[in-house]
Design a protein around this ligand. Structure first.
Ligand code: MOS
Length: 748
């Protein structure tokens, strides 16, 4: 099915099942331990041996020699694979760094060997006995230092051109009566999903099966084929349950290759899980950015000039963090410029992490907006409303938004949060030891769509089965897909079976870029439209006026059960949704507003988030319960970005040195107060036949800035360098408050 004109009224609009806060259909399997994850496939590979990945001890250089003699003699060791005995390996086009080092080393902890043993402990112990001689060369690990060598990156699908310009930015900025010109930094951040990368691999002759934890099954098959140099037909990837991905599992990583190589060498199934400490340096991370933002406005509060430049780094051949993308679309203003510059760094590969681009981009832009509003003496909510636009501001009035209600999000949020109670002058509100402040930010994330196929069948018992290689990374894919099929075929949820995450199923959009929910359900919609046609035909009904409802198929006063209509043999149909030019004709994006209240300890600078509210306009919400959970997770991750998360680089070794969950901190339950999540009631008929978009990434965009703006409002210290740790606050805290706190003994 081609989707190239806005959706008409269709079966989904009945909203008998879609749009309801249905519980996760796989939830019980997960909470009772019956959902097998990649590392626990005892059911299919009971005799799996354990592989342990040994990573490079240097970030850059060459392997001069590997001595395996001691390790080979260690107890339980079955085999050890390095680049010297792995056979010929290719490099997948999608990988910036090779998944196995040798002889060249490209980054710290790049896989050097996999040790296979009878137990995990034996494999890990033996890996410590491998002696690797490196010829170490100097690498570049510091973005601030490498900034001056940064170059303009080549245009690509997600970035567009590196530089954009409209009107005369320089002149308009120079002439603007009110100006902000500030530089903001965001640090390297690492994915901290619950399930580390893990794979169980088994060979049957020249056929390879990988039970792995992956977001994009078809990409995985392609990349494994390009790496192992075996045909795609010989690769079977199975990933029905994924314990979080956040972008780290968009591509297969070294666990998959190590397991495959280990299993081939050992002659039996092998499983490899990256230890938590390995996830940080062996896989990918969100790259640090330096962002300069200039906003020039008239006294009336209208933006006359807006400029956003971002510097980031990556390994040679990598790409920039897309931190200025939202600035091309979010606010009006006749004179504009944006630019990306990319430095070469020898850190682990920089890549996608929840809302790549907008997450760090909004961290900076939305502080700059707060600063501009303050200089203009305009309320920050009002300032954003004043500069709203219904058109892509880089395309004049030629390209409207498909649906945009940023203003509704801002107004609803302000009202629900009690924004009118905020004192606009910083450091005025005191509750005991706490300085209390409120801050807000817009939320913005693009709306991407991807081709997505599914097969839907109905059997002689009236059970509807959906099969697609779509993944559920904790997002609720199983459930929204079941809701879609139930709605389309007119059956209750318990008559729908959903099979996901298997490369033998039709190729879906996969889980990435918050496109999965909308695109994958639209693919299921397309297959169901086809299946309905087959059912109607078999029952002798006119497809145009046939109604599927309550397990029955009816037309012209006649009615049969779906089971009868399908017959003993059942019926099955496969189709894909393919998106035409509606994303070019219309700017498509998702919107929201974040509000936060924080307390800052007047003496110690400790920051506690006290309340948060988020309001979102993101098309039809397919399942409000699942969507709310997504957004709560995203807002929590936004608090992490604001206050805690920073992968600290050891400049001597090129290693993220705080590579564990004790030193790389993310919020725990006690850090997160009540979060209110509100979805505006809307549909977007240009987005898909589902009229939905995505929320999983939208929810993180803007959160950190709302917190930073609240901290400023609380204590008057403006921090432009994330994360907002208390050392950055101390010197600026109002002296009177500190003394008063000390005098009362509150901080002691
Ligand atoms: Mo997402 S960062 O595209 O999984």
């Amino acid at each position: 099915m081609r989707f190239d004109t806005p959706a008409q009224t269709n079966e989904i609009d009945r909203l008998k099942v879609v749009g309801k806060p249905v519980d996760r259909i796989e939830g019980k399997l997960k909470t009772t331990g019956k959902a097998p994850y990649a590392y626990e496939r005892h059911d299919v590979a009971p005799n799996a041996a354990y592989g342990y990945m040994l990573g490079s001890a240097v970030a850059k250089g060459r392997i001069e020699g590997i001595d395996l003699s001691q390790a080979r003699r260690a107890p339980g060791v079955l085999t050890i694979v390095t680049y010297e005995n792995a056979g010929k390996l290719g490099k997948a086009e999608a990988n910036t760094a090779r998944l196995m080092a040798g002889p060249e080393v490209q980054h710290f902890d790049q896989a050097v060997a996999v040790v296979v043993a009878e137990t995990f402990e034996q494999a890990r112990a033996a890996s410590k006995l491998i002696r690797v001689r490196y010829a170490k060369t100097n690498g570049a690990y510091d973005l601030a230092a490498a900034r001056r060598t940064a170059v303009m990156p080549e245009a690509n699908e997600y970035m567009g051109q590196a530089d954009t310009a409209v009107g005369d930015f320089a002149a308009a900025f120079a002439a603007a009566p009110v100006k902000v010109d500030e530089t903001y930094t965001t640090p390297d951040q690492c994915h901290a999903m619950m399930e580390p990368h893990a794979t169980t691999a088994a060979w049957d002759g020249d056929k390879l099966t990988l039970w792995t934890s992956n977001q994009m099954i078809a990409w995985g098959v392609r990349d494994v084929s390009e790496t192992l140099l075996i045909p795609k037909e010989n690769i079977h990837i199975v990933s029905p349950y994924v314990g979080g991905g956040f972008g780290a599992k968009l591509w297969v990583r070294s666990d998959a290759l190590m397991a495959a190589l280990g299993a081939r060498a050992a002659g039996r199934p092998v499983k490899v899980a990256l230890a938590r400490g390995q996830v940080f340096n062996n896989t990918t991370h969100r790259p640090a950015t330096i962002q300069r933002i200039r906003i020039g406005a008239g006294r009336d509060g209208r933006i006359a000039a807006i400029g956003h430049e971002s510097w980031s780094g990556d390994l040679a051949g990598g790409g920039p963090e897309l931190a200025v993308n939202q600035t091309r679309l979010l606010y009006a203003g006749p004179n504009r410029m944006t630019a990306y510059r990319l430095a070469t760094l020898d850190l682990p590969e920089g890549n996608a992490m929840r809302a790549p681009g907008e997450a760090p981009g909004m961290m900076a832009l939305e502080i700059a907006m707060d600063e501009a509003a303050e200089k203009l003496k305009i309320d920050p909510v009002q300032f954003r409303i004043l500069n709203d636009t219904q058109f892509d501001p880089e395309a004049g009035s030629k390209r409207p938004f498909s649906h945009r209600n940023l203003v509704g999000c801002l107004q609803t949020g302000a009202e629900r949060f009690g924004w009118s109670r905020r004192n606009p002058t910083p450091a005025q509100v005191r509750e005991g030891r706490w300085l209390v402040g409120m801050g807000m930010a817009s939320a913005f994330r693009g709306n991407l769509t991807e081709t997505s196929a599914a097969r839907v069948g109905v059997d002689g018992k009236g059970v509807v089965t959906v099969a697609t290689d779509m993944t559920d990374i904790g997002t609720g894919s199983y459930t929204v897909i079941a809701q879609t099929a139930a709605e389309m075929m007119g059956v209750p949820m318990d008559k729908v079976v959903v099979l996901l995450g298997d490369s033998s199923f039709p190729v879906s959009a996969g889980s990435g870029g918050q496109w999965g929910g909308n695109s994958a359900t639209a693919g299921v919609y397309a297959a169901c439209v086809k299946l309905r046609g087959l059912v109607a035909q078999k029952a002798g009904f006119n497809a145009a006026d046939v109604v599927f409802d309550g397990g029955k198929v009816s037309s012209g006063g006649r009615s049969v059960t779906l089971a009868e209509a399908a017959g003993e043999a059942g019926l099955s149909a496969e189709d894909a949704i393919e998106f035409g030019d509606l994303a070019k004709t219309y700017a498509q994006a998702t919107f929201g507003a974040h509000f936060a209240e924080v307390g800052v300890d007047a003496a110690t600078g400790e920051i506690r988030v006290r309340r948060m509210s988020g309001v979102f306009g993101a098309g039809r919400i397919l399942n409000p319960k699942a969507a709310r959970s997504q957004v709560i997770g995203a807002m929590t991750m936004g608090v992490g970005a604001a206050l805690m998360e920073e992968a600290v680089i050891d400049q001597r070794s090129g290693c993220f040195i705080n590579h564990d969950m004790a030193e790389y901190q993310v919020p725990v339950h006690a850090d997160i107060p009540h979060q209110e999540v509100i979805f505006l009631d809307e549909v977007d008929d240009k987005s898909s036949p589902m009229k939905a978009k995505g929320v999983g990434e939208l929810g993180i965009c803007g959160v950190a800035a709302a917190v930073a703006n609240a901290v400023y409002n609380a204590c008057g210290v403006r921090i432009r360098e994330y994360p907002l740790t208390l050392d950055k606050l101390l010197a600026g805290l109002p002296a009177t408050h500190r003394q008063a706190a000390k005098a009362s003994g509150a901080a002691e």
